[in-house]
Write a protein that binds this ligand. Structure first.
Ligand code: XUL
Length: 508
């Protein structure tokens, strides 16, 4: 029997899976790390934490599975997108990595848009240089840390940095390169014609592979720290969203997933390049070679719930400590007690600004409609509803742009574990919501890329067809759906009314 390993470099931790060639999970390990927010809107991590988390978790799965390392056919990685790891000529990290949820780069974004012109930019990159993307981070670094920028010889995306540490070879691959917003998405190459106007040296940009390509092999040093054999192939891998999509079987036009983790994502596979004329959706390269996807991203999905738990749910957290009963589970039980519509309370889930559909880093969270009769259960339900309505905004846009009607949605991520939230998704979307035989997130997709890349399967499609199956289908309650359609109107008009306030608030 052959085995593969998938490593997902997430925002709150790294998850590693060891699977057999039939897709069965033999071992899994998680290693957490913190998120640094040294200033409002900043989000940073030390890339060394990722590398350490990857090596310790790989060692753990190799040891706990009892699998002979000689039978590990390949390793691959997935990771949080858009991060910037600045490296010097010797491959040393020059400063903490700026992450996807870092919002400090508004001035750099505006500079890029004015310098190149949005029409020209969108023609090649197909996506605007949003605050969280890598492009404005590079410009921010040049403007604000010129000493570091001068020493920078190349940059890496988070999982590419970890692969570099495992193999000694630095490269990226199409799905993560697309998220830099410096990539020619239709032609799958760096957007070379934009480098000159932006003053970016082409030598900074690493080689681009396909997700299924062998990108290097485990070095002697990495072999010592992970327990793998030196020479084990390391397959390029993909962005966390494409790997999650692969794990959910989204490798065919018409298939769509909703993923609720820290961020919330609606992901639709497309066989051809499709773009939203207003660039509210992202158009990026899939990890399935030669394919693309449309994606709507909300920045504060699970994060909104985490904020509520950490700020207002001390009681539930105490109960969790005493009894082991998950605080989130307790909160969703409480939300269930309130009726759809949450007694008139509305929640706008824009704690860290929003990408889809508003592209506005200045948007903020809002509770609206609180009355004397409002109870805690209403507040919590309103939060679940606000996040789910935010995802519906992306779903509606995707249907418009992709030109097909979404028949069912595959639910993934932490949010899919709650039966209450799955039913709410079905009711808000007005479509059946499915769960899958695996819900291991991007690490599973990365392990499948390793299987395809190492030749255990002829293609990633074959690997997915063999290992990913729909397990359950939840049908929408159409009565509730009607209510949610009405609610969606207020949800949208509230944002529109408040937009001017959001945009000036920061100056107060
Ligand atoms: C996608 C995005 C997030 C991160 C989180 O554009 O920014 O989903 O990849 O891991």
């Amino acid at each position: 029997m052959n085995y593969t390993i998938g490593i997902d470099i997430g925002t709150t931790g790294t998850k590693t899976l060891l699977i057999d060639e039939a897709g069965r999970i033999r071992a899994s390990a998680v290693a957490g790390y913190k998120l640094m927010t040294p200033a409002p809107g900043w989000a940073e991590q030390d890339p060394a934490w990722w590398a350490r988390a990857a090596t310790t978790s790989v060692r753990e799965v190799v040891e706990s599975s009892g699998v002979d390392p000689a039978h590990v056919a390949g390793v691959s990685l997935s990771g949080q997108m858009h991060g910037l790891v600045a490296l010097d000529a010797a491959g040393k990290v020059l400063c903490p990595a700026m992450l996807w949820c870092d919002q400090r780069t508004s001035a750099a974004r505006a500079w890029i848009e004015n310098t190149v012109g949005m029409d020209r930019y969108l023609r090649t990159v197909l996506n605007p240089p949003l605050e969280g993307f890598t492009a404005p981070k590079l410009i921010w670094l040049r403007n604000n840390k010129p000493g570091i920028y001068k020493k920078m010889a190349s940059f890496a995306l988070p999982k590419d940095y970890v692969r570099f540490r495992l193999t000694g070879a630095l490269c990226t691959e199409e799905s993560d390169a697309a998220g830099t917003a410096l990539f020619d998405v239709a032609n799958a190459q760096w957007a070379w014609d934009l480098m000159e106007p932006l003053g970016l040296d082409s030598s900074l940009f690493p080689a681009v592979r396909r997700s299924v390509d062998v990108a290097g092999t485990i070095t002697a040093r990495a072999a010592r720290s992970t327990g793998l054999l030196q020479g084990t192939p390391v397959i390029a891998g993909g962005a966390d969203n494409t790997c999650a999509a692969i794990g959910a079987g989204i490798i065919k036009q018409g298939r769509v997933s909703s993923s609720i983790g820290s961020s919330g994502v609606i992901f639709a596979h497309t066989d051809t390049v499709r773009t939203d004329p207003q660039a509210r959706l992202h158009t990026f390269n899939h990890s399935a070679p030669g394919k693309w996807y449309l994606m709507g991203v909300m920045l504060g999905a699970g994060l909104s719930l985490k904020w509520f738990r950490d700020t207002f749910a001390q009681h539930e957290m105490d109960v969790e400590k005493r009894t082991g009963r998950d605080a989130y589970e307790q909160l969703s039980r409480l939300a269930e007690k309130a009726p759809p519509g949450a007694g008139g309370v509305r929640f706008l889930p824009y704690l860290n600004g929003e990408r889809t559909p508003h592209k506005n880093p200045h948007a903020r969270g809002v509770y609206f409609g609180i009355s004397q009769g409002t109870q805690r259960s209403h507040m919590i339900r309103a939060l679940f509803e606000g996040v789910t309505l935010g995802l519906k905004d992306s779903l509606d846009l995707i249907e418009d742009v992709a030109g097909f009607k979404v028949k069912e949605i595959r639910a993934t991520g932490g949010g899919a574990r709650s039966a209450f939230w799955r039913q709410m998704q079905a009711d808000v979307f007005g479509r059946p919501v499915c769960t899958l035989n695996h819900d291991e997130g991007p690490a599973f997709g990365a392990a499948l890329l390793a299987a395809a890349g190492a030749g255990l399967y002829p293609s990633i499609t074959a690997a997915v067809n063999k290992t990913v199956k729909v397990r359950t289908t939840i049908n929408p309650n159409m009565e509730n759906h009607k209510k949610y359609l009405a609610l969606q109107k207020t949800f949208r008009s509230l944002y529109r009314s408040l937009e001017p306030e959001f945009n000036t608030m920061e100056n107060d």
